[in-house]
Design a protein around this ligand. Structure first.
Ligand code: SAH
Length: 346
């Protein structure tokens, strides 16, 4: 089988092309074509001799994605794309035009195996991990899409379908590739990874010494509620997750964000807010409240605005740093696997 060149570090490209007779300096040209100029075929690499392009095409491939469906929010700020991979699996990628630039939310797996009650990504379970090159091709697709406006991707949130720390090697390679100067040349500070709380993965991430932002999906103030919403809590209990978050903050000096999806009648009471405040007090962290994208089939609804505001105020009164997520893209099913599900057969 031909090896995928998109997703290789520069030294890997060098090691791949020397045996087929290309000069070492060609590796950088190829990397720039792949990662900076968005080439999807070797034939586009016009500063290489024609013969060399043919040799490359004989031995390697460039994975690329094909867009099957797209939706734009009414305010045009959010665009969601359903992308097809080489093996016909589909994934979702979301572009959000924020005041600070173009932010892209990437998927890291086809489906998800974590089984969170409120999340649409796992209705069909985990199909497979994405490779580093496939995750990167989500960004390259958006960069191509933005090219006409002479814009590109500025920040990346690893918050799409899938659990990134359950696909550790590929996700870390993807992040490092985004950072390389011959690739996207993005600062680690412009990258955020969101996890449901795989504690060993968080500890491993700290050792990577990459100052990326970490979000942890907490969604509950105690183990009882959390285990109901997130089966993963039965493996990694909330105290362990909070301790790992605290450790991440202290080791990296980066503020951790705890994501808390507010669900009517489940985790939105005054007692829930007070208990949450006690649990995160003293950490270099903030809480991001997300009014749930309703899942009526499971009876999960959004609290009234007054309840959301009250929850926020209680946290503030306890000196917790708190934000409420601004609505983006709910009118286009931009939440977590919804577009993909709409397009899956059966
Ligand atoms: N597996 C990772 C990243 C993907 S989910 C994680 O768990 O963090 C990205 C975020 O969207 C998580 O905080 C997740 O809990 C949240 N989310 C999933 N379904 C949602 C819904 N219906 N409404 C609001 N947020 C949701």
């Amino acid at each position: 089988m031909k090896k995928d060149m998109c997703g290789m570090f520069l030294p890997e490209i060098t090691a791949a092309i020397l045996p087929v007779g290309l000069e070492k300096y060609r590796a950088r040209q190829i990397a720039e074509w792949l990662y900076q100029r968005g080439a999807s075929e070797f034939s586009e690499m016009t500063n290489l001799a024609k013969k060399q392009r043919e040799i490359l095409a004989e031995h390697f491939l460039i994975n690329s994605v094909r867009v099957l469906d797209r939706q734009h929010s009414q305010d045009t700020k959010t665009s969601k794309f359903l992308l097809e991979l080489e093996d016909k699996h589909t994934i979702e990628t979301v572009l959000m035009r924020q005041p600070y630039g173009n932010s892209v939310c990437v998927s890291t797996q086809v489906g998800c195996g974590m089984g969170c009650l409120f999340c649409a990504s796992n209705l069909h379970g985990l199909m497979r991990n994405l490779t580093a090159g496939e995750i990167l091709s989500e960004i390259l697709f958006i960069n191509n899409y933005l090219k006409n406006q002479e814009e590109k991707v500025n920040t990346i949130v690893i918050m799409g379908s899938g659990e990134p720390l359950a696909n550790y090697e590929h996700v870390i390679k993807f992040i490092k590739l985004c950072h390389e100067e011959y690739s996207l040349n993005l600062s680690y500070r412009n990258i955020t990874l969101s996890t449901c709380g795989l504690v060993p993965g968080i500890e491993r991430l700290i050792q990577e010494k990459m100052p990326i932002n970490l979000s942890i999906s907490l969604h509950a103030p105690n183990n009882e509620i959390r285990s109901r919403l997130m089966p993963v809590n039965r493996t990694f209990a909330m105290e362990k997750v909070l301790a790992a978050g605290d450790y991440y903050g202290r080791e990296t000096g980066r503020r951790v964000t705890y994501e808390y999806t507010l669900i009517k009648g489940i985790n939105d009471s005054r007692e829930n807010a007070l208990e949450l405040a006690r649990k995160v007090a003293g950490q270099l962290a903030s809480v991001n409240l997300i009014p749930v994208n309703p899942v009526p089939e499971r009876g999960l609804m959004r609290p009234d605005l007054a309840v959301i505001n009250n929850f926020e105020q209680i946290l503030k009164s306890k000196h917790i740093n708190v934000t409420v997520r601004r609505e983006m893209g709910t009118d286009i099913q931009a939440a977590c696997g919804q577009l993909r599900n709409k397009n899956l057969p059966g």
